[in-house]
Design a protein around this ligand. Structure first.
Ligand code: PAF
Length: 253
């Protein structure tokens, strides 16, 4: 596995070392890899000739400084795991390389990005879409893999790729869960043992047949702060805070 923090060196490799007919699969991440990320990388490995991973904690998608500084960082372990999973290239740029324009140019969406998580984290999805557009242009993959846990992000990325006529297949990958049902997330590493024990209630109640308002009430009763529990199409979406950590999830109803 070759690693790059310098985008010029990566671009040179992309242009010269990857055969024009090779299918390139891309998994964008913010690091702190867990089994959910591993399943995306394994699928990319099965379906593509070349697998590219990016690790970049994107500051423009954080609406809160503490959340950004507290975001788990495990680059050594991430790279060791990526290598075992058969990743060919790992790109770890810093902020100045991704935002040479100082975030003057942005991608935005005016409807879905303002609902659900967008209503509670203003600007979050502008940051996500902008960095995903940049990463897709940097990597130039045929396929890019995203997890269904971040269903709103997935839908917005699919919409952006269609809106800008980008010739990239966005592959949606099922959520992986811990034994007690909690969706795998890098943020789970920040849960205290007590918060981790309580967190299992979140997927359990989301999956229940109770009305959304009652799910929110029961979670609040158990010490959760609820951003939203919302039914949309055939899915129920939720975002909560427990022990200072924000968790999101969605389930088919
Ligand atoms: O899902 C994530 O980890 C991030 O939102 C992404 C897609 C890597 C963009 O920073």
């Amino acid at each position: 596995m070759k690693t790059f923090d310098d985008l010029d060196s990566w671009s040179e490799v992309r242009r010269t070392a990857i055969a024009p007919g090779a299918r390139v699969g891309f998994v964008p991440t913010m690091g702190a890899l867990h089994a959910g990320h591993a399943s995306l990388l394994e699928r990319a490995r099965r379906e593509c000739d070349v697998v590219v991973l990016s690790i970049f904690i994107n500051p423009t998608q954080f609406d809160n400084r503490e959340d950004l500084t507290g975001y788990p960082r495990t680059p050594g372990a991430d790279l060791a795991w990526a290598e075992k999973l058969g990743v060919d290239y790992a790109i770890l740029p810093d902020e100045s390389r991704i935002y040479p324009d100082g975030y003057r140019y942005q991608i935005g969406e005016k409807e879905l990005s303002r609902e659900l998580c967008g209503a509670h984290r203003p600007g979050h999805f502008d940051g996500v879409l902008t960095v995903v557009m940049k990463l897709l242009n940097i990597v130039r993959p045929h396929r890019a893999y995203f997890g269904e846990k971040d269903a709103q992000q997935l839908e917005l990325v699919q919409g952006m790729v269609a809106a800008f006529f980008m010739d990239i297949e966005i592959v949606s990958c099922p959520t992986l869960r811990e034994e007690d049902g909690l969706a795998m997330s890098s943020r789970n590493a920040r849960l205290s043992p007590e918060a981790r024990r309580a967190a299992r209630l979140f997927p359990e109640l989301l999956l229940s047949a109770l009305p959304g308002g009652e799910v929110a009430r029961r979670l609040e009763e158990k010490g959760f702060k609820v951003d939203y529990i919302a039914d949309r199409g055939d899915r129920r979406y939720g975002a909560v805070h427990i022990g200072g950590v924000r968790l999101i999830d969605n389930v088919r109803r």
